[in-house]
Design a protein around this ligand. Structure first.
Ligand code: SF4
Length: 82
């Protein structure tokens, strides 16, 4: 599931995908996307899809906000350092 293309049509990330995949690093860039993810009807499924897709990857190999989490946060959930 790619939230920018595969999420249901009514999810916020379909309207402005750039906010979910900002240039550069840093959690502050995700503030707006996170607020919308918290109201999304598929937050839990989206996060699980990201964790499944990214399993085994390092932090820098993860991209975008999924299910209200940044790449760093998802890496930390899996115990990935860095
Ligand atoms: S939880 Fe966030 S990234 Fe996932 S589908 Fe919803 S708005 Fe998009």
């Amino acid at each position: 599931m790619d939230p920018s293309t595969d999420a249901p049509l009514e999810t916020p990330c379909r309207l402005d995908p750039g906010a979910w995949f900002p240039e550069g690093n840093g959690g502050r860039r995700y503030v707006t996307a996170r607020k919308w993810c918290q109201r999304c009807p598929v937050t839990t499924a989206c996060l699980q899809a990201a964790l499944d897709m990214e399993s085994g990857l390092g932090r820098k190999e993860r991209h975008g906000m999924w299910g209200g989490t940044t790449p760093r946060e998802r890496a930390q959930m899996e115990g990935v350092e860095g």
